[in-house]
Write a protein that binds this ligand. Structure first.
Ligand SMILES: [Zn+2]
Length: 65
């Protein structure tokens, strides 16, 4: 059985993972102030990623899907 909500949450999670990877890759090219900004952006992306992961895990636990 396919759960639409699970698919949505999984898509959201992969989007945040892509975003985090891009932020980290971007960080590697920066120096000085730009690097500090990039670090903050990658930290924010990491938080979003963890949040999306938790939402997916919680949904699976509650829904049993
Ligand atoms: Zn579900």
């Amino acid at each position: 059985m396919v759960c639409a909500e699970k698919i949505r949450l999984r898509d959201e999670y992969s989007a945040t993972v892509r975003c985090l990877r891009a932020a980290l890759k971007n960080l590697g090219t920066k120096t000085g102030d730009e690097w500090v900004k990039g670090l903050a952006a990658s930290k924010a992306a990491r938080v979003e990623c963890a949040k999306a992961r938790r939402a997916l895990d919680e949904h699976k636990a509650q829904h049993g899907c």
